[in-house]
Write a protein that binds this ligand. Structure first.
Ligand SMILES: [Fe+2]
Ligand SMILES: [Fe+2]
Length: 475
C-alpha cells in the first residue's frame, strides 16, 4: 500500500489498477490536465531538467526522492497517507463512530463543496505564478518555484481523485471545471478572492508562499481531521509537501531582508528612496507587501460567524487545527468564543457560540502561527543593528469578508474614517509605485551560483546541495 507504482500511467498507492472504471476516468482526465499545464503552467519551463523531489512512497524515507526531471514529464500521482486501523470520528455529532470510507449520503453536497473549494486553490496558484520563472533571481529560486508548482499540480490530482472516486458524474464534472476556471478571469474566476490576485514579482511570491500557503496548511490540517477517511488521508500527505512551500516563503523574505540590511549597514543609508538607488527593497516596502498578503490571506478563512462552519464541524467533515490535541468535549455545544465587532466606532469583543465561530478559531490559530516567521525576520534586522521592526497588522485591517468588510481599520487596530484611510493607505499597502519599483529589480539570473543583487544567497542549498549547485539544466 505504501509503495507507489510508477510503471502505470498514473503513479498511485491506491491500487488504481483494481478499479478499471475509475482508472479509465482518471486516464481520461490526464490529457486535459496536461493541456492545462502546457497552457497555464510555468512559462518557458518545458525543456528544462529541474532538480525536483518526487514522492516514491508516503513514508518519511521515500516521499522526497531528488533528481533532475524534465518538467512536463514530472510524474503527478495519487498518494494517500497510510490508513489507520480502526480510526474513529474525533469530533461533532458522530464522535466515536468509525470513520467513513465512503461518502455518507446526507453529507455529500457539503463534502463535495469542501473538496472543490480546496482543489480550486491548487491550480489557481500555479496560474498566479506562471510568469515568475522569467524573472527568477537564481537557479536555486527557480527550482523552488517549480517545486512548488509541480506539487500544487499534484494537490489538484489529490482532490480530483476524491471527486472521481466518490462523487460519480457530479465529481467528474467538477474535475473538468477545475481545469476551466482561471485565476483572475472576469467571467470564470477561481473560487476564492486571494487566488484571483496577481503574483507579479518575487517579493509577492515569497509573501504568498509564507502567508497564503500557510492558509493551505491550516485548511489541510482541519481536513486531515475529517471523518471522511480518504479526505483525511490525502490531506495528511499534502501537508508534508506544504511545509516546503512555507519554507520557500519564509526564507525568501528573510534573504530579501538580509540583503537590504547588509546594504543599509555598508552604506549607512536609511532613507528608502536612497536605498532604492542601491537596488535593494527598503524595509517599509516589505512591510506594505506583508500587510497586503496577510490581510488578503486571512479573508480566506471566511466570515467570522458562519452556520456552514458549524455544520461542517458538527457533521464530522472538517475539524479544528490539532483537533485531537485539544482537551474539550469536541462537540462544542454551549461553548462560546470571542470575536470582534465594531460598536460606536470602536472594535469591541463579543462572545458568540463557538460552533458558529469556527472560521475565526482557525483564523486565530493561523495568526499565531504567522507571527513566528515575523519574529525571525526581525532577528535578521536586529542583528544588523537596525531599529526598524516588521509587524503583522491587526486582523481587522483591510478585510473584505466578514464583519470588517465595510469598515476601515488601521494596521494598529483603530476603526478610522474613510478620510483617514485615504490619507494613509499608501503607507499601509503596497502602492503602484512600490510594485513598479520591485518589478524594475526583477531580471533573470540563471548563471549557476549567481544571485540577483536584491536578495542574499541561501545559507544552504536544497537537499544539502551547495548553493552553487546546478539546480536547473537549461539544455
Ligand atoms: Fe497545495
Ligand atoms: Fe502550497
Amino acid at each position: 500500500m505504501s509503495n507507489i507504482d510508477y510503471s502505470s500511467k498514473i503513479p498511485n498507492n491506491v491500487n488504481l489498477q483494481d478499479d478499471r472504471t475509475l482508472q479509465r476516468a482518471l486516464e481520461g482526465w490526464l490529457p486535459n490536465y496536461l493541456d492545462w499545464w502546457q497552457d497555464m503552467g510555468p512559462t518557458g519551463s518545458h525543456g528544462f531538467d529541474v532538480y525536483l523531489r518526487t514522492a516514491t512512497s508516503t513514508t518519511p524515507d521515500g516521499w522526497a526522492t531528488f533528481g533532475h526531471v524534465k518538467m512536463p514529464d514530472y510524474r503527478w500521482g495519487i498518494f494517500l497517507a497510510a490508513q489507520e486501523n480502526e480510526r474513529k470520528v474525533n469530533f461533532g455529532e458522530h464522535k466515536g463512530e468509525a470513520v467513513w470510507q465512503d461518502v455518507p449520503g446526507e453529507h455529500r453536497a457539503n463534502l463535495r463543496r469542501i473538496i472543490v473549494t480546496q482543489g480550486d486553490t491548487e491550480p489557481a496558484s500555479v496560474e498566479q505564478q506562471r510568469h515568475l520563472g522569467n524573472t527568477a533571481p537564481s537557479q536555486y529560486d527557480l527550482r523552488n518555484l517549480f517545486q512548488v508548482n509541480v506539487e500544487e499540480g499534484r494537490h489538484l490530482w489529490a482532490m480530483v481523485y476524491l471527486l472521481h472516486k466518490h462523487f460519480g458524474r457530479d465529481g467528474r464534472e467538477e474535475a473538468e471545471a477545475l481545469l476551466e476556471r482561471r485565476s483572475g478571469d472576469a467571467d470564470n474566476p477561481r473560487i476564492l478572492g486571494a487566488f484571483n490576485e496577481e503574483t507579479p514579482d518575487w517579493l509577492a511570491f515569497f509573501m504568498f508562499t509564507y502567508f497564503t500557503d500557510r492558509d493551505g496548511k491550516f485548511q489541510l490540517n482541519a481536513l486531515a481531521e475529517s471523518g471522511f477517511d480518504p479526505l483525511a488521508r490525502t490531506t495528511k500527505f499534502m501537508l508534508t509537501e506544504e511545509a516546503h512551500h512555507m519554507f520557500v516563503g519564509e526564507s525568501g523574505v528573510s534573504r530579501v531582508i538580509q540583503r537590504t540590511c547588509a546594504v543599509m549597514k555598508e552604506t549607512g543609508i536609511e532613507d528608502p528612496a536612497e536605498l532604492r538607488k542601491k537596488g535593494v527593497i527598503d524595509l517599509p516596502t516589505i512591510q506594505r507587501y506583508l500587510n497586503f498578503h496577510y490581510s488578503v490571506t486571512i479573508d480566506l478563512f471566511g466570515a467570522d460567524q458562519s452556520s456552514n462552519a458549524a455544520i461542517f464541524y458538527s457533521s464530522g467533515l472538517k475539524g479544528r487545527y490539532e483537533e485531537t490535541k485539544r482537551t474539550d468535549d469536541h462537540a462544542l455545544k454551549g461553548d462560546g468564543y470571542k470575536i470582534l465587532e465594531v460598536k460606536d466606532g470602536a472594535l469591541v469583543e463579543k462572545e458568540v457560540p463557538m460552533l458558529n465561530a469556527l472560521n475565526e478559531v482557525l483564523r486565530d490559530d493561523f495568526i499565531k502561527d504567522s507571527a513566528g516567521g515575523v519574529t525571525r525576520w526581525n532577528k535578521v534586522i536586529e542583528k544588523a543593528g537596525i531599529s526598524f521592526r516588521l509587524t503583522l497588522p491587526h486582523k481587522a485591517f483591510n478585510r473584505h469578508i466578514g464583519t470588517f468588510a465595510n469598515v476601515r481599520v488601521s494596521p494598529d487596530g483603530r476603526a478610522i474614517s474613510e478620510a483617514e484611510w485615504a490619507l494613509n493607505v499608501n503607507d499601509w499597502l503596497a502602492t503602484e509605485e512600490d510594485r513598479a519599483y520591485v518589478a524594475s529589480l526583477m531580471g533573470r539570473v540563471v548563471d549557476t551560483g549567481k544571485y540577483a543583487n536584491w536578495i542574499a544567497p541561501p545559507a544552504i542549498g536544497i537537499n544539502k546541495q551547495p548553493v552553487d549547485f546546478e539546480y536547473i539544466r537549461f539544455n
